[in-house]
Design a protein around this ligand. Structure first.
Ligand SMILES: [Fe+2]
Ligand SMILES: [Fe+2]
Length: 271
């Protein structure tokens, strides 16, 4: 057999086929009614959060393909390339989902630039730089820097914390059912992406333990930026953040996601 079906990327490749969902199937009519009942502060936060999510999904869709190029050049990792084909398709659907949510609920798609703070801009610049580098450098260290940025920080910390905050905000009052339903599908996709990132980093570490320094350095550089995004988004509303959200609680969740990912990598490093 050409393919090793026991590898995590192959198992999750099959799972991605089985768990396919279509953003077009969601009905945002109740979400729109909920939006119309929001006050100005609530609208401002939802508009900002969805716009930043759309910007993030657009960036990860645009930025992912150099990792496929690097794996191809390294050779011998067809299962990982096949998994990444599902990831790229799913990131495109996530763009479609947030674009549709904004269009149908809010009525337009706000410009990203005025809503993105410095931490957000620096974080996504760092992501683009790390992935773009793979077009000319497919070394294990370059791959490790890219995956630490993409799968560990952007997906594993920034996005996961965002789902937590949106679920917490919406579920307490049973608001925006299509948004929360879509986010559940999306979070399921992202769990596979993050698991793939951990798998790939563990493989890189076991091939060359020196890549750990690169991973550790990149994680330590980018974690404060990811947490800074939540500070930028929520602190202007403090002390009365809409939907009962608490900045300290959200930052703590970001930290927990970070340490959970690092814990897995530490175990891979010492195994
Ligand atoms: Fe995504
Ligand atoms: Fe993803």
């Amino acid at each position: 057999m050409l393919l090793d079906q026991n590898l995590l990327p192959m198992r999750d490749y099959h799972k991605a086929k089985r768990l396919m969902w279509d953003p077009q199937d969601l009905d945002f009519s109740q979400d729109k009614r909920d939006w119309e009942g929001f006050d100005e502060q609530e609208r401002s936060l939802v508009r900002c959060a969805l716009t930043l999510f759309l910007g993030g999904e657009t960036a990860v869709t645009d930025d992912l393909s150099p990792l496929m190029v690097a794996l191809k050049r390294e050779g011998g990792h067809l299962e990982e390339v096949m998994f990444l084909t599902t990831q790229l398709f799913e990131e495109a659907k996530h763009v479609e989902f947030f674009d549709r949510a904004l269009g149908e609920v809010i009525g337009d798609v706000p410009a990203l630039e005025p809503l993105a703070g410095e931490n957000y801009k620096h974080l996504f610049q760092a992501l683009g730089t790390a992935l773009e580098a793979l077009l000319t450098d497919h070394s294990l260290k370059a791959q490790a820097r890219a995956v630490a940025s993409y799968h560990m920080i952007i997906e594993g910390v920034l996005a996961e914390t965002g789902y937590y905050a949106i679920f917490k905000a919406m579920r307490a009052r049973s608001l925006m059912p299509a948004l929360t339903q879509g986010l559940e599908y999306l979070q399921r996709d992202e769990a596979r992406h993050i698991a793939f990132g951990l798998h790939l980093l563990a493989r890189l570490i076991s091939t060359d333990p020196a890549v750990w320094e690169v991973i550790d350095g990149q994680l330590n550089t980018l974690l404060p930026l990811a947490q800074g995004v939540y500070f930028e988004v929520l602190s202007p509303f403090a002390p009365n953040i809409p939907f009962g959200l608490d900045l300290g609680d959200v930052l703590e969740v970001a930290g927990k996601h970070y340490f959970a990912r690092v814990g897995v990598l530490e175990r891979a490093r010492h195994s």
